[in-house]
Design a protein around this ligand. Sequence first.
Ligand code: NAD
Length: 493
Amino acid sequence: MTDTPQTLYIDGQWVGATDGGTRTVTCPADGTVVAEVSEATAADTEKAIAAARRTFDSGEWSATSAAYRGDLLLKVADAMGERKDEFARAEALDTGKRLVEAEGDMDDIMNCFRFFGKIADQHPGRLVDAGDASVISRVVYEPIGVCGMITPWNFPLLQASWKIAPAIAAGNTFVLKPAELTPHTAMLIIDVLDKLGVPAGVANLVLGAGAEAGAPLSSHPDVDMVSFTGGLVTGRRIAAAAAPTVKKVALELGGKNPNVVFADADFDAAVDNALNAGFLDSGLVCSAGTRLIVEESIKEKFVDELVRRAEGIVMGGPFDEKAETGPLISAEHRDKVTDYVQRGIDAGATLRCGGHWGGPEHEKGCFYAPTVLDDCTSENPAVIEEGFGPVITVETFTTEAEAIATANDTEYGLAGAVWTSNRGVANRVSRALRHGTVWINDYHPYVPQAEWGGFKSSGTGRELGLAGLEEYREAKHIYENTEPAASGWFPQK
Ligand code: NAD
């Protein structure tokens, strides 16, 4: 027996890394050690890819009925529900997020499994009119094959579930590589699949650094699709690494999301949701409303109230009941946010609140206080870059056209919101925004029934909704001539 952790799951077995490598996972709220896990090398990932390939190519898994796989996903949701506390605690310890937020994430994850469980056998294909009564022409959907999945640390299991559930529904096999800082809920969901008797090689898990354990998932010829959620720079790298094998690439990248507030909006609701948009989960949300774009006539009053409330937000660890927001993911990430805010100030922004790590009680953790940068222009790096922290920048507009132009003035296109009591304005602006999700008089809610994804540099493809299932299927046209006859194209000799 060995004390080396066995936390990789390859070909139906929990195993350690081949070179015995390990990583210590710590909680960013206070630096305490959460656990030691296996650190995979590229060779381990290649083994996982080989297992997924073998199982897929045997045809037994993809030949199971869609109804069977749908039922399996419903059972995953039920099994998770029975262990919800264990899942939520694991997520809270890895990410440092408040337990209540992690619990909310678990509800969303179970809903995701239920949604794909219910639609797994509902969209099998369609008959098409080939214009010939003797022809049966149909479009059927096949699984893509082996899917590589690479996920980030902010919503570790949520992002993985948006990939795992449709991949299983469609009959694929997969290798998941979660962010190295937050591996535990990935281990738990694989444990659920294992206990439910999912065949060896269908679900595989490798833990470790992106450049080592993750890289083969984009470059290996035996992977048919790579689905990535993470930052833009990594996304570009993954797309480039995938190009030589022309595999399918799905990218869910960052956002620089506008929250547009017109003067006629419900003031209290708009202020409250501007806080929620920017500071929920310490701003570590790809769709965070970090660009407040407010009508000039109410700007002063609006920002004064935003700042007053932001200053009152209490930071704390996952199990601190007084805490209203948690830490960033690591000291390195906190340094990046610190630098990002400073560059924003250097470029002319006015620091209205935050801009520091918190009080002495926050010294052990990677905290960053909710921050508002006022008087920003579209040239300010804090407006251009995804800071990925609890930082809201403030810009203004005077006309509807200017509001739209400002909100679209970003290379990203993930999400945005418009606040107004005028439904005409709301509908015009929501249609004009070049962002994948638009909220009217709200911020952040989403449902698994609706597609999620980005325009422009926020990504390619969609997760959730019907398109989220299509991502994991290939359409095939089958043309059957029921009365075969010579075509007569070439002369009979
Ligand atoms: P990241 O890009 O640094 O890492 C994401 C994952 O990629 C990790 O698992 C990492 O190990 C892996 N990785 C890194 N280099 C790799 C490589 N060369 N090959 C293969 N894998 C590699 O992102 P992050 O810092 O973990 O997450 C934050 C980012 O994710 C933000 O930009 C955020 O906006 C984005 N995000 C987007 C969505 C969305 O739905 N669009 C959701 C959540 C997060």
